[in-house]
Design a binder for this molecule. Structure first.
Ligand SMILES: *[C@@H]1O[C@H](CO)[C@@H](O)[C@H](O)[C@H]1NC(C)=O
Ligand SMILES: *[C@@H]1O[C@H](CO)[C@@H](O)[C@H](O)[C@H]1NC(C)=O
Ligand SMILES: [Zn+2]
Length: 413
């Protein structure tokens, strides 16, 4: 009896101490070919506990990526068969990608772009930058998270009177390539000898926030690599809200969930999450000082602009589209990576309550883009660290196109 009890306790202890593992979880890609199939996939997304939609259903002929636990595979295959839907195995074993996304031999340096780094390492690096470049860098603390961590960034300013450019990273915790790309860009802004870069660095103030969802980011490092949301707890059994559905602009109208367990849970109210609330307050406090709001996500290789809640054209739609096309064409020339461009609604899927749309809708900021960085699903959120530098570099190339245009258009000196 005693032995049995010990074994039980042992098993319990192991289950609780362990990280979430994704052994033999597959990612299946399904392309709905009819409205009916699309509707069933939407239903599945809403109602199936256990399936995780990496890319949700949007429209007929658009691929949907679904992570399926091993015990649900037979049932999943049955449902797909009954719908006459073919599903392609896109990732055979998610855990294998988790185990191999970081280099086998960890780099010696405290910080860099050949590995993914913890929140503490990112913040220590920001501190070291502020120490190294005290004349041009000011640390910013936007506020504190649900679990009490600081949401930190820096302001880079070479001279008074510059208009601002804001870089927002890491709002979705598991999209590790986002903070990695944002820190890479910050480093280049500070160190590049390229005259075009130096001109842009001096022409704008840069507000750089590598990780605006620190609790979620830490959780992806310590406990569950696939966590997306914040870590708030509102008295139900599921934690967190999707910070990028929680902004007070057409909140919960479309492409967001009112169910606390959903990955796209919009929260209990607009700005219910302390992270989005303090960020919105900070942005409001400097709203008359910035002309560009740029956010970084993964994956799918898309450059998106507002809006997500409907397909109406923003006032400078033609400009944003042409500029976006120029940006991704430069990006493709850099390393062959192909991006598509368009508004959120028609290019990825309808969504509401996202940070970029809130900024555009409330402040009418002229240059607002979101990158969905590499790749197109072979690794999904688990992009190997040996692709960080190439990803960040090509992204920077596209960013430069956008900033040069903004500078010219805004007539900045
Ligand atoms: C948006 O603008 C594009 C290009 O000017 C045009 O083709 C399209 O019809 C417009 N869409 C709407 C909904 O007005
Ligand atoms: C992208 O860059 C990497 C390394 O810089 C290089 O090995 C690769 O061949 C490049 N690919 C293309 C298509 O340019
Ligand atoms: Zn995202």
């Amino acid at each position: 009896m005693e032995i049995l009890r010990t074994i039980c306790l042992l098993i319990l202890a192991v289950v609780h101490a362990d990280r979430a593992t994704y052994d033999k979880y597959q990612v299946r890609r399904v392309v709905p070919e009819s409205q009916e199939q699309l509707e069933v996939l939407r239903d599945l997304e809403k109602n199936s506990n256990g399936l995780s939609f990496w890319v949700g259903p949007s429209r007929v002929q658009k691929a949907v990526d679904i992570m399926v636990p091993p015990h649900m595979l037979p049932q999943f295959d049955e449902i797909m068969a009954s719908l006459n839907l073919r599903s392609e195995v896109y990732i055979k074993n998610v855990q294998h990608l988790i185990d191999t996304e970081r280099p086998k031999v960890r780099p010696r340096a405290d910080f860099g772009w050949t590995d993914y780094y913890s929140l503490d390492a990112i913040y220590a690096w920001l501190d070291s930058l502020v120490e190294t470049y005290p004349e041009v860098l000011i640390p910013i603390t936007v506020g504190r998270t649900y679990e009490g961590r600081q949401i930190r960034g820096v302001k880079l300013s070479f001279k008074e009177g510059n208009r601002g450019v804001i870089l927002e990273g890491g709002i979705h915790a598991r999209e590790w390539i986002s903070p990695a790309t944002v820190t890479y860009i910050l480093n280049k802004l500070l160190t590049s000898q390229d005259p075009v870069m130096q001109d842009l660095v001096q022409s704008f103030d840069y507000y750089v926030f590598p990780s605006v969802n620190p609790d979620g980011y830490v959780y992806t490092h310590t406990t569950d690599r696939m966590w997306r949301k914040t870590r708030s707890q509102g008295g139900n059994r599921c934690f967190g809200a999707d910070a990028n559905r929680n902004f007070d602009f057409h909140w919960l109208e479309i492409g967001a969930s009112s169910s606390p367990c959903s990955d796209t849970y919009a929260g209990s109210a607009p700005f219910s999450e302390i992270e989005t609330r303090v960020l919105s307050e900070y942005l409001t406090s400097i709203a008359d000082q910035f002309d560009a709001y740029l956010t970084f996500h993964s994956y799918s290789q898309l450059l998106l602009f507002p809006y997500g809640h409907n397909n109406d054209n923003v006032s400078n739609y033609d400009e944003l589209l042409a500029l976006g096309q120029a940006a991704v064409s430069a990006l493709a020339n850099n390393n062959g990576t192909q991006y598509a461009v368009g508004n959120i609604y028609s290019t990825i899927y309808p969504t509401s309550g996202v940070s970029m749309d809130w900024v555009r809708g409330v402040f009418n900021t002229p240059y607002t883009y979101s990158w969905e960085l590499r790749d197109k699903g072979n690794h999904g959120f688990l992009l190997p660290a040996d692709q960080i530098i190439d990803t960040a570099e090509e992204t920077l190339v596209s960013l430069i196109v956008i900033l040069r245009h903004a500078k010219e258009k805004l007539g900045r000196n």
